[in-house]
Design a protein around this ligand. Sequence first.
Ligand code: ZN
Length: 650
Amino acid sequence: MRLRPFAMITLASLTTAAASRAEVTGTIDPPLSPRNASYVIDATLDLASRTIIGSEVILWRNITTKPATELQFHLYWNAWRDDHSTWLREAKLGARRPVPAVTPGERARIDVTALSVRGIARADLTTVMRFIAPDDGNTDDRTVLTARLPQPVAPGDSLTIDLSWTAHVPRTVARTGVIGNYYFIAQWFPKLGVLQDAGWNCHQFHNGTEFFSDYGSYDVRMTVPTGWILGATGVEREHHDNANRTTTHHYHQDDVHDFAWTTSPDYLERHARFEHPTLPPVDMRLLIQPEHAWQADHHLEAARAALQYYGEWFGAYPYGHITIIDPAYQSGAGGMEYPTLFTAGTRLFAPDHADAPRDVVVHEAGHQFWYGVVGTNEFEDAWMDEGVNTFSEARVLGTWGAPTYLSQRYFGGFVPYVFRDIVLNREVDWNRFAAYRRAPKGDPQSTPSFRYYPTTGGITTYNKTALWLNTMERWLGWPTVQRIMSTYFSRWKFRHPKPQDFFDVADEVSRRDLKGYFDQVYRSSDAFDYGIQELRSDKDGDKYRTLAVVRRYGEAIFPIDVRVTFADGKQVVEHWDGAERWHLYTYEGTQPAVSAEADPGHVLLLDVNRTNNSRTLPPLDAAGPEASTKWSLKWMVWLQDYLLSWSMFV
Ligand SMILES: [Zn+2]
């Protein structure tokens, strides 16, 4: 057991946090990012009609080498406009149960009422707007809007874009919307895609994937009922009350690629501060549901853990403040990341040594690094944020604090029971191995993520990546992998790396050609499975002749060790490149073999069947079959838990 490295929050730290908040303005100078897509937004929430009336000015700069002839915008909320959207069609494909019909009043929609451009060419584009479906040609999908420009925008040139829109807030769906008087407003405004040299990267909203956008400054005014608590990306610069019992809150944040907010009269507010000898301080603001108030320290401690370990391993959190949102019961919010703000769903009963909510908090706080700072394309390369982050989260949970025990929930999920004899561990539990081994061949990871088969896409994105990165760590050593991750982080922060950029850094830092490994884990959907097929020791005079056959049962290839143990306790470790289908090792000596094991160091965490990895000769060695049985039993218990809890994470 080790002590948790963090002190509990004291009155003194509350005072410090309050004092320093005034200094944090959301302004960053000099800029950390290209800031080529900056938004000034004005939005008013009307409770009676559950409508947002919004207007925005986008200052956009063409940072590609090609002229831009059109604009493309995401209108994500149109995914829930009717049953014909690509999002809902995909939801049905992946659903175990029929997707329930939603009444028209509970549907969402977003309608652009005016679009015009200033700058090099002033023009009203409202009449030339149209919907396109670049991914699947679904003419009923309205999640991508395009408008042809009257005059191309040359590389390096800027354009000012004005939009007005009306949006109907959905009943909570996909972590967004309203339930009771809890509003969580995300992916909510008309938002530019990412212009690249190949053209606009502006995918339709898909059920299984998330988002992608350029960095900029966000300056947002939100008008909500007076007295309601509001949390948002960035920092509040000021607020003022209006005559009609509403209050306008003005938030600002530089160098982010999205903006989300929430409002409710019910939130309780807590503050604390992250401090560290070598990392910049971070003010933490927690908006928590009253019934969870006693869990506030759990949230804040877990957020501290993420800021500390991610900061030490990968690079510093650059924003100076972070907001943690505890979503309302039945909001379906679970955990979700936005720049400088995240949701972390918890439960009414959350025992001290169970995984929730700390795993969710670490995961979502971790996304500030892998998603927020390193801005990968979540439509196409979801593993680069979700998978890398699952690996990182698992490493924090495996490094930090007291042991966590398996917990199961009963009575409709309300009542948890903690199994004190099953300690969760990083390699199997936090990497989500149990789910992975049931579906290791879903899709090659290199397939664009939005085209993954729905029910196994998450496993390919989250679990497989965590397992292959952790395998790399056990193979190459943590110092090498840590340097790979920190080099990749510092080189690609506030940019949009592609998978090859990560692989190039891995080769460069490790001074190895890792292409063969990435071919197996990233470019193929082959599974790894090594095992001992046969072990014999035959007496031949006064000697024993031992045969050990190690076999590659899976398609994928990885170099493994093979360890043969003899009756006098001596061991021989062979290094096999793992490429052939099988390999024979023979020994002659005075002692018979008692056991043989493939990959005795458990380096290859992707091995989908560890029960065949060892063979033992009679008399039975205590470590042999018993160990296998123990693994199998643990899997059976964990399997059920994973099925129940897996969908909580995003
Ligand atoms: Zn995630």
